[in-house]
Design a protein around this ligand. Structure first.
Ligand code: AMP
Ligand code: MG
Length: 402
């Protein structure tokens, strides 16, 4: 049986990168850059005035002059003017070009201004280039400001816009289909019998995917009928880049999923990982190299397997650079005897020393999804150790940041 890290590696090797597509800036947040973004111009592109006030020649001010004749007004968006006489000043607005001949801005709050003159407060002290955002101090023309593999944040949108780009090259969003299998499942809103179970995995998986930016994600529910499964999964395979199934991969008499997938030409890469929860997980590749993840139906297993394997794989195929996991300090001693990697749900907090701490939250079997509500993620307990002492450092996998 594969161990967890070999399973991740096998998935990563199998899935080809999604193609590149052009994305307009308005839709680019959350997408993965497939190009470098380079500065169109210096930033700021000129010495930029940072306050409404006056611009002066600093050595004149330093020489003792406090009252300046206002020679002109410099607005934002106008070409830079020139201070003809260093004894004068130019009225300036925030965002304007610093006029030639000026090297200091004095804010209007420190001035007494009449129609023609501005007088600086007697006790006001300043220095050269005060309230001037100097040209090129943020970045220089041509400089790479964002690298391929970077996930675009709202802050990056400002950077990209400042580089003059109205669109960028990004990894194409995959078409994802989530399929819940099981006769016992009934969707929220539909009448339910005592022997039936609410269908919860599908909506939860879709939410997890959409939250990570995989928005082309639809859900289907299929009962445990071999022919129906074959027909419907074939249709989804034809339409999708990624299939995520939940349920039907264990040893039960109605667990048809692996056989149906094999019959449809989905090539098994592995079945089973030495882990808890989620041991029966199955992964394979469709005829067009579609990634097919068949996750065990137990809700905790499904969600952990999606976070641990599906999301990182989709991010990777999108071109996103991966980050090492955070490490958290375990809050209490945990014993786990089986020779399996254990993904243990935790709540995290930062203590008064600034240390990230993980407190285990026990689930009452892998069917207990209610316990996951309120957890931040899970820690990874290595396979060949049975006791993890309070205070030890463990990889932390947050639900929200694969
Ligand atoms: P399976 O992997 O099909 O044997 O399912 C294992 C357990 O998970 C069973 O108790 C199922 O009822 C439950 N289960 C499977 N799929 C879902 C689902 N989509 N939502 C909620 N529970 C499910
Ligand atoms: Mg089932």
């Amino acid at each position: 049986m594969l161990n967890s890290s070999d399973a991740s590696a096998a998935i990563a090797e199998s899935i080809p990168p999604f193609e590149t597509e052009e994305v307009v800036l308005a839709n680019a947040a959350g997408r993965v850059l497939r190009q470098a973004v380079c500065a169109e111009r210096d930033q700021p592109p000129f010495d930029r005035v940072m306050m409404d006030g006056i611009a002066v020649n600093f050595s004149t001010l330093d020489g003792g002059r406090r009252k300046f004749r206002i020679a002109a007004t410099q607005h934002a968006g106008d070409p830079g003017q020139t201070l003809g006489n260093p004894a004068d000043c130019i009225e300036v607005m925030t965002g304007a070009v610093l006029p030639h001949g000026c090297d200091c801005v004095i804010p209007v709050e420190r001035l007494a201004v009449t129609a023609d003159f501005a007088e600086v407060d007697a006790n006001y002290e300043t220095q050269q280039y005060r309230f001037v955002h100097k040209q090129g101090t943020d970045f220089s023309e041509g400089q790479e400001v964002l690298a391929p593999g970077h996930t675009i944040t709202p802050m990056d949108i400002a950077v990209i816009a400042s580089c003059g780009l109205g669109s960028i090259q990004a990894g194409r969003l995959p078409v994802v289909r989530v399929i819940s299998t099981g006769n016992e499942l009934v969707a929220a809103g539909d009448p339910i019998e005592p022997h039936q179970i609410r269908l919860s995995n599908g909506p939860s998986l879709v939410a997890m995917l959409v939250r990570q930016g995989f928005t082309d994600c639809a859900h289907d529910h299929l009962v445990d009928d071999r022919q129906l499964l074959a027909d419907r999964i074939a249709a989804h395979l034809a339409a999708a880049d990624v299939l995520i199934l939940s349920g039907g991969v264990s040893m039960g008499k109605a667990d048809f999923v692996p056989q149906v997938l094999a019959d449809l030409g989905v090539k098994k890469v592995f079945h089973k990982i030495s882990q808890r929860p989620g041991k029966p997980m199955w992964f394979g590749l469709g005829p067009r190299k579609q990634a097919v993840f068949a996750l065990p139906g137990n809700p905790v297993s499904t969600l952990v397997c999606c976070r641990q394997y599906v999301l990182p794989a989709l991010h990777r195929a999108s071109g996103r650079h991966t980050r090492a996991s955070d490490l958290a300090v375990l809050d209490e001693t945990v014993v786990f005897e089986p020779a399996l990697t254990n993904f243990l749900p935790v709540r995290v907090h930062t203590d008064t020393d600034g240390v990230l701490r993980a407190s285990p939250v026990r689930t009452n079997t892998s069917g207990d999804f209610a316990a996951l509500s309120g957890t931040d993620g899970y820690v990874e307990l290595a396979r060949n150790t049975s006791e993890f002492k309070a205070g030890c450092l463990l990889p932390l996998h947050r639900w929200d940041t694969p």
